[in-house]
Design a protein around this ligand. Structure first.
Ligand code: C5P
Length: 239
């Protein structure tokens, strides 16, 4: 059974966030990113946990191993369900992240899952070639980061839907493929480049989808969520 879509709570404040969440029970998964976390701090996590939401804390850590390890120790103590690092930080950084998480997880609690960001879904082939000076294709670069993430002992990656199938083949079906850049055919791409529909995500083997503006920017967010959820799960949408 597919996990429900993860709603990206890219809001300015706790007040806006809870106004939005009014239409949702604790049955949805949410993602807290930099904007909301930097504004509201750990208190936003406690408030969301009180409401029963599963939380992906998307802070994309990328620093020297020791710093990432200490930071992860703190994040684990917040009781979130999923965290991430940039795979570009390297194997020793990712191993340190895992160590920090293990150390910081309160006894009797489950360690948060941890995934590596491969190439951002806002990155395209030209940027990989001209800005990062990477000579292989974007897909090969994503695959290399996925293999490195797996070798480092992490639970999965953030990637676009377009790389999910090849990552499943190489890293296994159970390896998490958390895919942002989800759009309905009628919605705009905004800053995202490697986008896909919920149906494509299901077909290509994403294990989780992250959806922000297609839900948060909709005139009826609950209806948009239900439609995306139905398309993701492959059930008929009557709306
Ligand atoms: O609004 P939209 O659906 O594009 O939001 C996608 C969310 O997923 C944003 O919060 C963004 O920070 C996050 N994300 C992403 N690409 C990644 C990792 C995270 O778009 N590789």
């Amino acid at each position: 059974m597919k996990k429900p879509p993860i709603i990206a709570l890219d809001f300015e404040s706790a007040q806006q966030t809870f106004e939005f969440l009014h239409a949702f029970e604790g049955d949805v998964n949410v993602k807290v990113g930099m904007q909301l976390y930097y504004k509201e701090g750990p208190a936003i996590i406690s408030k969301l946990k009180e409401r029963g939401f599963d939380i992906f804390l998307d802070l994309k850590l990328h620093d020297i191993p020791n710093t990432v390890k200490s930071a992860m120790e703190v994040l684990a103590s917040l009781g979130v369900d999923l965290v991430n690092v940039h795979a570009a930080g390297g194997k020793s950084m990712m191993e340190a992240a895992l160590e920090g998480l293990d150390k910081g997880t309160p006894s009797g609690m489950k360690r948060p899952s941890i995934i590596g960001v491969t190439q951002l879904t806002s990155t395209d082939e030209r940027q990989v070639r001209e800005e990062q000076l990477i000579q292989i294709s974007l897909q090969e670069s994503v695959l290399q980061y996925a293999k490195l993430t797996k070798d480092s002992g992490l639970d999965g990656v953030v990637c676009s839907v377009h790389e999910a199938a090849i990552i499943s083949e190489v890293c296994g079906r159970e390896f998490l493929k958390v895919t942002p850049g989800i759009r309905l055919p009628e919605s705009g791409t905004q800053d995202q480049k490697r986008i896909a529909t919920p149906e494509e995500a299901r077909q290509e083997g994403s294990t989780h989808i992250v959806v922000g503006r297609a839900i948060t920017g909709a005139s009826d967010p609950r209806a948009a969520y239900e439609q995306i959820n139905a398309r993701w799960k492959g059930v008929e949408w009557i709306g």
